[in-house]
Design a protein around this ligand. Structure first.
Ligand SMILES: C[S@@+](CC[C@H](N)C(=O)[O-])C[C@H]1O[C@@H](n2cnc3c(N)ncnc32)[C@H](O)[C@@H]1O
Length: 251
């Protein structure tokens, strides 16, 4: 997999061998690093993936009703289907009114973030969604955009995309999130790294804040910071949560 993905970068940069390519990475201008990262990431995602999470999210948002701002961090956002599904859930939970939800959607891969900002997807990507959801939250393309759907501006407007590496020693974020989505990315990290990330997530969450993880991710080793609420949904332990309460301004 690494071979075939980097072979594409060799062709794109005109390098004759992996040794030449690595030399460019290590001793060149530094510009190739982001393309190197982008080439290696796996970005599989879909709208309403792991659908059982979204009713849980909607219930949580209804419980927070009255809060002037609800902050959600989606930290491996890929091409945007996940944060836009969160935004659609927020609009549904708001029952047609304005939603106080703001979603910060981050990923290490700048190419997927560009695709996410464009908010345009092949029609097949919504073919399994309820027709009512598609009608309410997507615009069908015509002319040059035939065969594509675009996320409606009122959905896209709730989401801000920014690059962020979960493995960076510091994150440019303020505490005060009500929900963190971190799905299907921690599987790529070893147990110690996962544990370190969970300990960094906890103080970013408001008391009662939820962490949604992927279907094959189990974090029973972090009981001091997160309690399992249900299938792959965790609540931050009160003592581990942030003390200040919601502070707007991340997204
Ligand atoms: C398999 S996709 C999952 C997307 C989405 N969360 C979902 O469950 O549908 C994994 C995403 O994690 C991102 N990723 C991998 N390593 C990362 C890191 N160190 N920091 C931030 N994002 C990372 C990849 O670029 C990719 O878009």
């Amino acid at each position: 997999m690494v071979y075939s993905r980097l072979a594409r970068r060799l062709r794109a940069t005109g390098k004759q061998s992996f040794a030449d390519y690595l030399d460019e990475l290590e001793n060149g201008s530094g510009e190739e690093w982001q393309d190197f990262i982008n080439a290696l990431t796996t970005n599989l995602t879909s709208f309403y993936r792991e659908a059982h999470h979204f009713p849980v999210l909607a219930d949580h948002l209804r419980k927070l009703r009255g809060q002037p701002r609800i902050n959600i961090w989606c930290c491996a956002a890929s091409t945007g289907e996940e944060p836009y599904s969160i935004a659609m859930t927020a609009l549904e939970a708001a029952g047609g009114g304005n939603s106080p939800v703001r979603i910060l959607a981050t990923d290490i891969d700048t190419k997927v973030l560009d695709a996410a900002r464009a908010a345009s997807y092949p029609e097949e990507s919504v073919s399994k969604l309820e027709t009512d959801i598609v009608r309410k939250h997507f615009l069908r393309g015509n002319g040059a955009n035939t065969g594509f759907v675009r996320v409606r501006p009122e959905v896209a407007g709730l989401v801000t995309f920014r690059p962020l590496n979960l493995l960076s020693p510091t994150w440019p974020l303020r505490a005060g999130f009500d929900v963190i989505f971190c799905r299907n990315v921690m599987i790529y990290f070893d147990k110690l790294t996962q544990l370190a990330l969970l300990r960094r997530f906890a103080p970013l969450l408001n008391p009662g804040g939820l962490l949604f993880v992927g279907h094959s991710e189990n974090f029973s080793q972090a009981r001091d910071v997160f309690t399992l609420l249900g299938k792959t949904v965790y609540e931050v332990v009160p003592e581990a949560a942030c003390k200040q309460g919601a502070r707007p301004g991340n997204a």
